[in-house]
Structure formats: structure tokens, C-alpha cells
Ligand binder design. Structure first.
Ligand code: ADP
Ligand code: MN
Length: 189
């Protein structure tokens, strides 16, 4: 009788939310935590979708009205497909709906002060190339909860979408722990 090795595929997750809510900072902390377990077979990978699109030129022209590049969704999805099949992907992108629902076991939406946007405003002010207009657009997007709505509409499975406030270091620490332990089930020492 052949002995089969059971290979459990690692889950893929998406961390989304308005620019400045802290996706990249938090995602890297999650990555560190889940990969720091002395188990060489467990290896998650972090992908900043926006950065990949820029590096590989997966975008259409600059949209003057939206103040940003319009990414080529077909190209980035083709690029991500084999990675997602492999499992263990931690994807970072502000938007969520254009990914196929089957991509992710969990979608985490970060928020930063939907009522008081002072914190988000100040984070975005520190960014290079962020005009007052672009900051205003992003703050408005956060006030209207656009990313939360989008994720809830696009991912309808039970317990898939998790909305987490990310205004303080303490909240971030709790969310990192929540994702690593509850969602990804990392045995942490
Ligand atoms: P995003 O990737 O969503 O655009 P970043 O991770 O680049 O956001 O974070 C934006 C800024 O906010 C950075 O300067 C980062 O250090 C800061 N930041 C992120 N999360 C927190 C947090 N939980 N508490 C305090 N500052 C944070
Ligand atoms: Mn980022």
C-alpha cells in the first residue's frame, strides 16, 4: 500500500481597504508572524498587487479624473492564478471585487476612522504625490465605507469578510494575531 503524504494547501487571503488604512504595514506583520514557525513547509508569500501592476506594466493609461492608473485586470489575474493555486498568498490591494471569489478563504477589510477621518487624513498627507484632491477622494471613499460595501457584496460566503478597524498600533497587533491564529491557524510559539 502506498503511503500518501497529505499536503494541506495553505489558504489565500486578501487584505483590502482605502489607501492609508494600513494594509501593507499590517500584511507584512502577518507574513512575519505566520512564517516564523520553524516549519519550513509553511511558507506564505506577500504580494502587493498595485506594485506588481506597476513593475510589470499591467495597466492602461493614467485616468486623470480618478487620479490614478487603471490596472489591466486580465493581465494581473493571469499572473496571480498560478500563485493562488499554489496557496499561501497574502494579497494586498485596495479593491476587492475584481478578483474571483474562489481566490480567497478570507477577505480582511481595514478601516481607519469612518466617523473621524483625521487620522487617515494625516497619514495620507505624509505621502509623496498625494494632492489635496487625491487625499479628499480617499477620505471620502472611507467615509462612505466603499471598500467595506464592495467586499461584502463580492464575497458572500459565511465568515469570509472581516472588517477590522486599524487606527492604532494596538488594533493592528490584535488584527495580526487574529489573522495568524484564528484565520490561518498558525501554531505560534
Ligand atoms: P496602505 O498600504 O493601506 O496604503 P500603509 O500600510 O502604507 O497603508 O500605512 C499608511 C501609514 O499609516 C504608514 O505611515 C503606516 O506607518 C501608518 N499605519 C498603518 N497602520 C497603522 C496603525 N495601526 N497605527 C498607526 N499607524 C499606522
Ligand atoms: Mn500599501
Amino acid at each position: 500500500r502506498t503511503k500518501r503524504t497529505k499536503v494541506a494547501l495553505l489558504k489565500n487571503i486578501l487584505i483590502c481597504g482605502t489607501p492609508g488604512t494600513g494594509k501593507s504595514t499590517l500584511a507584512k506583520l502577518v507574513l512575519e508572524k505566520v512564517n516564523n514557525n520553524n516549519n519550513k513547509r509553511i511558507c506564505y508569500e506577500y504580494v502587493n498587487v498595485g506594485d506588481v501592476c506597476k513593475a510589470k506594466e499591467f495597466y492602461h493609461l493614467f485616468d486623470e479624473r480618478l487620479n490614478s492608473f487603471v490596472i489591466d485586470e486580465d493581465k494581473i489575474l493571469d499572473h496571480l492564478e498560478p500563485l493562488v493555486r499554489r496557496g499561501g498568498m497574502i494579497l494586498d490591494y485596495h479593491s476587492s471585487e475584481f478578483f474571483p471569489e474562489r481566490f480567497f478563504s478570507h477577505v480582511i477589510v481595514l478601516t481607519c476612522g469612518r466617523e473621524n477621518t483625521k487620522i487617515l487624513y494625516e497619514r495620507l498627507e505624509k505621502r509623496d504625490g498625494y494632492t489635496k484632491e487625491k487625499i479628499r477622494q480617499n477620505v471620502e471613499c472611507e467615509i462612505f465605507g466603499e471598500c467595506v460595501e464592495e467586499a461584502k457584496e463580492a464575497y458572500t460566503g459565511d465568515g469570509v469578510v472581516h472588517v477590522r478597524s486599524n487606527e492604532t498600533e494596538e488594533e493592528m497587533e490584535e488584527t495580526v494575531k487574529f489573522i495568524a491564529e484564528e484565520l490561518l491557524g498558525a501554531k505560534l510559539r
